[in-house]
Design a protein around this ligand. Structure first.
Ligand code: PEP
Ligand code: MG
Length: 629
């Protein structure tokens, strides 16, 4: 379903487990009321009116709270005349905005100094100097008095005049002051109108974040303890920002086209991450209905907790190997709480993105050791840098690629940047002396890449040996299977590695030629597609014949609907975000391997993804129906 505003009332999600049917419990009355409310909303813009948007369910959960607009676009400059008697209050608004801006920049400066370095922090000293520039401040005050226009217009005009001046200067350093001025001007304007800018999100109280889009580095820099939920206009279900939200159990809805335009800061928002719904100013009946949903979800959560210590196995006692996808020691700890056998995927780019720069070998080593130690003897699968696609690092990836997901990313980038790659390989090898580590290469599309990657690994090992540094000489090497070519030559790749891990997020996009973050075509992103099922069968068969283990670590691994299919097709282990593991175990206990295999036989006869989805869903619903009401 594509996103956007719909003239419908809020449906009640029927199932506790992701079934997409809706019931309309209060019938036509609410329907007509909903229409009435929405039509009126357009005319009067009454801030209390309920407006409902439908998008894609990206991370499960229902939350509500005040909205926080996280903006990327330029600020809209309000324009109006001010009476002479109001000039003083306009100047006071300016002084107040200056104070707020000053303290925000000081706060950013402190944070950057703490998390990065004094060098980066000093960028903000230049911003502070602009704010203290007497000539500029006087110009704004004079402009208010002279033009009789509101302060926003005057700030905009004066700062533009200064920017033009700096832009024309020969001296490069002085020309750069223009960029500082632009930043300051935007921040001042946002403070004047009460909005907050992207990248400066210091939430004082828990809020629902509303944005046109979120990049992985935006998500990495957010204070998750204050983040109730996320609602974005764009984005697909497997965008990296969404994966990070899911890993932190933050409910999210994406693909809500036009939503951020409708939301004002402080509007009360409800996010339903189970069914992909976002509601501005939900009315009492909506809150009541969602209250009931929450109670039912809570019942299920309690049940999952009660059964958490039961073994991971099917009804007929076939053991299930569950691993966790984890990017921080906290996520590793959550994985352990949920009984994971090891860490199946540690995306190292998360560290690069958090720092928004390339960490040194030592810095990486420290981070990897933290993860290895947090895993307490369980193995950690460390994947080498997968930058590019939707994961861009300032100054590192190609910014202007026509097809970034098919471009200069992951192993392609590393093989062309030997110093960076060797730094990372040495850091990973050094960490392997602190606990069991497996090494994995992403985005492999041919044997040549894995052979070259192994040559780099050999060099890194030799360099460490020369220095007498300890590491695991027999470290396991694996490759991600996430390109169609890797599926086709899986048998050749198997000869080069110890294990496979199937990255279905990418495999689906490349196999079906559907960009995983483009919500215009999100309806075509179908992991149930027969082409995906056939590819999985082929990969698992190669794993069996070549005697190497195969994990699935893409998002379908955490979806219980897929569990019987993956087991029936013969997967060895599944790696999913820690919060999803309990539900996988819970569902595994509700079917036998015989049933899973006959489900696979049935779906392999079906030609359309929708038919497969229906069969998968009813297999699931039949086994949890006792819990849904
Ligand atoms: C995948 O593609 O399924 C995968 C796990 O890698 P990422 O989501 O980081 O691209
Ligand atoms: Mg991938």
């Amino acid at each position: 379903m594509s996103g956007g505003r719909k003239l419908l009332f809020s449906p009640l999600p029927l199932s506790e487990f992701g079934k997409k049917d809706f019931v309309f419990p209060l019938g036509g009355m609410i329907h007509s009321e909903g229409l009435f409310i929405l039509m009126k909303a357009k005319k009067t813009k009454d801030p209390k009116e309920e407006v409902i948007f439908y998008g894609l369910p990206a991370s499960p959960g229902v939350v509500h709270g005040p909205a926080f607009r996280f903006l990327h676009n330029d600020v809209e400059v309000l324009k109006y005349q001010v009476k002479e008697s109001d000039h003083e209050s306009e100047i006071e608004r300016f002084e107040e905005a200056l104070k707020i801006t000053h303290s925000q920049i000081l706060q950013i400066r402190d944070d950057v100094a703490k998390n990065l370095s004094e060098k980066e922090a000093s960028i903000f000293d230049a911003h502070l100097l602009v704010l203290e520039d007497k000539a500029l401040l006087d110009d704004v005050v004079n402009e208010i008095k002279k033009s009789g226009q509101n302060v926003e217009q005057c700030v905009d005009r004066v700062t533009r005049k200064y920017m033009d001046f700096f832009n024309k200067l020969e001296d490069e350093y002085l020309r750069e002051r223009s960029a500082d001025l632009s930043d300051i001007s935007k921040r001042l304007l946002r403070n004047l109108i009460g909005e907050t800018a992207a990248g400066t999100a210091f939430l004082e109280q828990p809020k629902v974040l509303v944005s046109e889009d979120l990049t992985p580095s935006d998500t990495a820099s957010l204070d998750r303890s204050k983040l109730l939920g996320i609602a974005t206009d764009t984005g697909g279900m497997t965008s990296h920002a969404v994966i990070m939200a899911r890993a932190s159990s933050v409910p999210a809805v994406v693909g809500l086209r036009g939503f951020s335009d409708e939301v004002q800061n402080g509007d009360f928002i409800l996010i339903d991450g189970f069914d992909g719904i976002a509601i501005i100013n939900p009315g009492e009946s909506t809150l009541f209905r969602y209250g009931k949903v929450k109670v039912r979800r809570k019942k299920i959560k309690d049940l999952l907790e009660e059964e958490a210590t039961l073994p991971a196995q099917t009804k007929d006692l076939q053991k299930l190997t569950l691993l966790a996808n984890a990017d921080s020691p906290e996520e590793v700890a959550k994985g352990i709480e949920n009984d994971c056998v090891g860490i199946g995927l540690f995306r190292t780019e998360s560290i690069f993105l958090r720092k928004n720069q390339i960490p040194s070998e030592d810095e990486q080593f420290e981070e990897y050791v933290k993860i290895v130690e947090a895993a307490k003897g369980r193995f950690v699968t460390i994947r080498t840098l997968d930058i590019g696609g939707d994961k861009n690092l300032t100054g590192v990836s190609h910014d202007n690629e026509q097809n970034p997901f098919m471009g200069f990313r992951a192993i392609r980038y590393c093989l062309r940047n030997p110093d960076l790659f060797l730094d990372q390989l040495r850091a990973i090898l050094r960490a392997s002396a602190h606990g069991p580590v497996r090494l994995m290469f992403p985005m492999i599309s041919g044997v040549g890449e894995i052979v070259r990657a192994k040559e780099f690994l050999f060099t890194a090992k030799r360099q460490l040996e020369e220095k007498g540094i300890n590491f695991d000489h027999d470290i396991s090497i694996g490759c991600m299977i996430e390109t169609p070519s890797a599926v086709m030559i899986a048998d050749f790749l198997a000869a080069e590695v110890d294990f496979f891990s199937v990255g279905t997020n990418d495999l689906v996009q490349y196999l079906l030629a559907v960009d995983r973050v483009n919500n215009q075509i999100a309806y075509l992103y179908e992991p149930q597609h027969p082409a995906v099922i056939r590819s999985l069968r082929k990969i698992f068969e190669v794993g069996r014949t070549k005697k190497i283990s195969v994990t699935v670590c893409g998002e379908i691994a955490g979806d219980p609907h897929f569990l019987p299919i993956l087991l029936g097709l013969g997967v060895d282990s599944l790696s999913a975000s820690s919060p999803l593991l309990a539900e996988l175990k819970f569902f595994a206990r509700r079917f036998s391997m015989k049933e899973a295999k006959s489900l696979v036989q049935e779906i392999e006869q079906l030609t359309r993804p929708n038919e497969i989805k229906q069969v998968m869903n009813s297999f699931y619903e039949d086994r949890v129906s006792d819990l849904t009401e």
